[in-house]
Design a protein. Structure first.
Lengths: 456, 456
């Protein structure tokens, strides 16, 4: 063995030793969370004592207080509130009645206004229903077929896509953009088939955007079963009608906050590793998977580091973002502050895809960094985390991403998310304790690695 | 390019072409099941119209009829019943009352007798409770500390194990063997902490064995919350007492059946690829995950091949086994028949780990065969199936395995199974339609490959 070989062998051994230490730390992190984790009980409190918490609502304000205390309890060395001005939309009272058969009268069906939609000022808006299944079909309608009609956008969630987030990407624009297109052509209102993998009748809310140039019109979602019935009636040539009544309205802007907790790094305190989720939710259900899960998992990362006595070399910051659902103002405010304070984020990791068993970690960053994280794949594999190929981050960290910050997103099993997302069924009982904790394990493990090794 | 290189290139191209065809067929199988699959509706009928179906019960007999019809409807070319004589155990009436505080009286708590356990002939069995947490602790007890006492086996499910089936393997013996050990030392009865990952109070039944040399004693399971309370009382030094009352008894043997459906292979009809689950369940809940899921997925494999017009080169046989839970008689009867008829099974695949999102396929077979299947891993990856390293089959196919038949087991996500397993909560509502179907996709894909290529 010559000197170079000896050096190589020593390097090899040192690297193996480091890997073995990381593997031991991964196990300690996992044991700590699976045996003594508090994220599930935290989620119970958030869901059951506060409940849903749309931006600007009194519940959202209570959630901010809760988040502050929870981060303190977890052992964050510094916890603070970062002001965010958020849109304050209220659903008010709302109903949809359909006449699916001229022989019968109108019947009330389950519905939810889309978020940020206008209402009818409480008056009854009655109109004939015209169905389209695609944007092309809508464009092919003559103006007189759209004007004053209620457009039923009957686009189905593509169930054949194994990654339901791809399906959401494909079907989602019918919710985000469809109402605006109909408004631009003077339709009276819009009913959409919910963006839903569910085989039930739960309506799914979610945000829409009106362009400044159009006069907003009411836009509501119905569940898949009601949509099936409406579709069947229209296909039979029945002249179906709808009566929409809603007091939904935008109240203006309210002061709210991102909640931030931090453990200062011992060697490179200026390098920040961010882990987060969003604290606001839609105003139905309990925002359990979306995104109570991401919040309590982020808090668990802080708690775990403290509980294990890990002093991270780099700063770890847990951020509970406000207003992901209908404005993303929290994400922008955080980024603005980071710019103003010249903060250096070396990685931002978000969990906002549900509290389901983790399968992977998305990596949206330059190739060498992605490959560096991928080189630890074997350490994650015993924890069921195998997929490091997706280039996903999260909505709240997308403003950071656009400035070049490497971002990352927890990838849980996606099969159930769009059954529950934005519905009254997104409640604590639909979250499994072990799945939720295992997601926190993967997040804490990644945060540990990056605080330890950096991400050059 | 010389001749050899040319030959190599042609072989390469042919192989790529085959892989690409397989990839197309994988997609067709997936689309067929995700868009038009019937397994979820089949499971609804099995769970809601028949319900739980312990071996020997009238419901099990109805399940046999249902299975026969379902396999016919799926398009099996031949469907038959294979006689199996099964133990017929009945739970009868049962209750457990605990006195956790001498100041208070006895209170009734949720409980389930373990399967195959004896009862008290309806009389009250009252006794002092002695707690042990491990076999070693039990062995260390003096004989007079065991005799006539009710032994509380308080062994916790190891929540830190990520693969809960490993946890079940570690904790399960306390249920299977614990009561027999206590009976051998003249205890009066046994109470076990359920083999459960649940953080609720659901008791989990499951089978036990008494040796022929011991006089059987009653053995019951309590949920984790009751077990926590009992543990706390005993740790405080309280002289806790139990009153067990049960009419559980073994009635003898009943005639039942495995249900088998088949599509004959076009080129190698004598080579059988088996896919199966078990039709019986415990007598609580609806046997939805355990193992209604495996049954309807196996039926879905047959339906999918027919619906896609695939004529398999080798014979595909779906088997709904009877009596996995408390005797495995169906598995033995099937194997005996296979031996008697000199049948050649080239692969047996079982789904008996729940209708959750698939993560892998266990391969218990000789290395070259395992490596052959592993060589298709990349085809499965887009469907979330990545783990081909575990050497798992299934209980019903274990008699085949012992004769050298290559066996395989679907590996779904394991986080939720032992919350529900053998409890009243294992009901249809706890199965997600997409997860169930995705499991069937992986099974149909593997079956397709092996019918196409064999498994030498």
């Amino acid at each position: 063995m010559n000197c170079r070989h000896l050096l190589l062998a020593v390097c090899c051994l040192l690297s193996l030793e480091a890997q073995s230490q990381d593997s031991v730390m991964f196990r300690r992190i996992s044991d700590e969370i699976m045996l003594r984790g508090t994220c599930y009980e935290n989620l119970r409190v958030l869901c059951k004592q506060i409940g849903h918490r749309l931006s600007g609502s009194p519940a959202a304000a209570r959630a901010v207080d809760w988040g502050f205390d929870a981060l303190k309890d977890a052992g964050a060395e510094k916890v603070w509130l970062q002001p965010v001005d958020v849109p304050h939309w209220v659903r008010g009272k709302e109903s949809l009645k359909l006449r699916l058969d001229p022989k019968n009268g109108f019947e009330e069906v389950p519905m939810l206004s889309l978020g940020n939609a206008v209402g009818t000022d409480g008056k009854v808006l009655e109109g004939d229903i015209v169905m389209v299944t695609t944007f092309d079909e809508f464009k092919a309608l003559k103006d007189e077929e759209v004007r004053d009609r209620i457009i039923f956008i009957n686009h189905r969630f593509p169930q054949e896509m194994i990654n339901t987030f791809e399906g959401y990407g494909a079907a989602g624009p019918y919710r985000w953009m469809g109402p605006n297109m109909a408004a631009g052509r003077k339709a009276a209102g819009v009913i959409i088939r919910s963006i839903s993998t569910g085989i039930d009748d739960a309506p799914h809310t979610g945000s829409l955007r009106y362009a400044d140039t159009v006069k907003p019109i009411p836009a509501i979602a119905i569940g898949n079963m009601t949509a099936d019935r409406l579709e069947a009636a229209l296909k039979k040539g029945i002249a179906a009608k709808a009566r929409i009544q809603s007091t939904a309205r935008m109240l203006g802007t309210a002061r709210s906050y991102n909640v931030i907790g931090e453990i200062k790094g011992t060697e490179y305190p200026d390098q920040i590793v961010l882990v987060g989720g969003h604290l606001d939710s839609w105003d139905v259900g309990e925002g359990a998977h979306d995104d109570g899960a991401g919040c309590v998992q982020s808090i668990e990362v802080i708690r775990t580091l403290k509980a294990l006595g890990i002093r991270p070399k780099r700063t770890v910051r847990a951020v509970l973002f406000m207003n992901e659902e209908n404005g993303l103002r929290g994400g922008y405010a955080y980024n603005d502050s980071a710019v103003a304070n010249n903060e250096k984020h070396i990685l931002a990791l978000e969990s906002d895809a549900g509290g389901f068993s983790p399968r992977g970690i998305g990596l949206a960053m330059e190739r060498p960094r992605r490959e560096f994280i991928q080189s630890f794949r074997h350490l994650f594999l015993p924890y069921g985390v195998y997929d490091f190929e997706q280039e996903e981050g999260g909505a709240d960290i997308s403003p950071l991403q656009r400035r070049g910050v490497p971002v990352s997103g927890l990838i849980p099993d996606p099969q159930r998310y769009f059954d529950l997302h934005h519905t009254p069924n997104d409640v604590f009982e639909r979250v499994n304790h072990r799945e939720l904790k295992l997601g926190a394990v993967a997040m804490a493990q990644l945060v540990y690695l990056i605080t330890q090794y950096g991400l050059k």
